[in-house]
Design a binder for this molecule. Structure first.
Ligand code: PEP
Length: 252
């Protein structure tokens, strides 16, 4: 397995000016060499982040969303080639907030993932159960269905390998992180589906965890077997705290 990956998801925070300032501050942070780090700003701030990075390749750029058509009459949307022009490396699809507020489904997430791979951008398919689904004993069933539907036609490997982020909805932004035991159980189930779909190539897919990860609990997650990285929302908004989180994620 390659390096672990941490993606900062800023959600709807930081327009172009503040985003540029974040990057300039973050570039002063010392980062572990054995770690991939990416930042996912809002669409409107992607160009400013790219400009503030200059020639630096760390953090890599990620997008929070995309539309699946390459061009056309789709007012307000952003296409995969537009992201590719800016050197975007990763793009979230199927984030639970998009599923909840904007009608994202397994099918739209899948179409976005396929369109992204066509232009060389790695899709990060987000999956996770609600609190009711967990309470009713349906967590595994829900996540298995999301993964099976979301990866149809999506390649595990190549220039833009698939990534999966397991993010229990009840753990996102709640301060109630999932226990490493429960994450391991879910990641094993996800790996089982990937092995069935992709055979040996399944090991090219990094499976991340997201949900109330911070600088204090990151190491426990990153040292839990089967977790290949983290998707971090709230704890990524402060560049110094996010720098500490990245350093705390690896035993040196
Ligand atoms: C997220 O929205 O992807 C996320 C993980 O948020 P938080 O870290 O705030 O729980």
């Amino acid at each position: 397995m390659e390096k672990k990956l941490i993606i900062a998801n800023w959600k709807m925070h930081y327009g172009p000016i503040k985003a540029g300032a974040w990057i300039r501050a973050f570039r002063r942070e010392r980062l572990p060499k054995d770690l991939d780090v990416a930042v996912a700003p809002p669409f409107i701030s992607l160009a400013s982040v790219r400009a503030s990075l200059g020639r630096a390749s760390i953090p890599a750029l990620a997008s929070q969303d995309v539309y699946w058509e390459m061009e056309g009459k789709f007012t307000g949307e952003v296409s995969p080639p537009m992201l590719e022009e800016l050197g975007i490396q990763y793009c979230l699809v199927g984030h639970s907030e998009r599923r909840k507020h904007f009608g994202e489904t397994n099918e739209t997430a899948r179409k976005k993932a396929i369109a992204l791979q066509a232009v060389g951008i790695s899709p990060v398919l987000c999956v996770g159960e609600t609190v009711v689904e967990r309470r009713d004993g349906n967590a595994l069933k829900t996540v298995r269905a999301q993964v099976r539907a979301g990866i149809k036609g999506v390649k595990p490997d190549g220039k833009a390998p698939l990534h999966i982020a397991y993010e229990p909805v009840w753990a996102i932004g709640s301060g109630r992180a999932c226990s490493p035991h429960d994450i391991r159980e879910m990641h094993e189930a996800i790996r089982g589906i990937l092995r069935k779909a992709y055979g040996a190539k399944a090991s090219d897919v990094r499976v991340l965890y997201g949900g109330s990860v911070d600088e204090h609990n990151i190491l426990e997650y990153m040292t839990t077997s089967g977790i290949d990285g983290a998707l971090v929302g709230t704890a990524s908004l402060d560049p110094a705290a996010f720098g500490r989180l990245c350093r705390a994620s690896i035993v040196t």
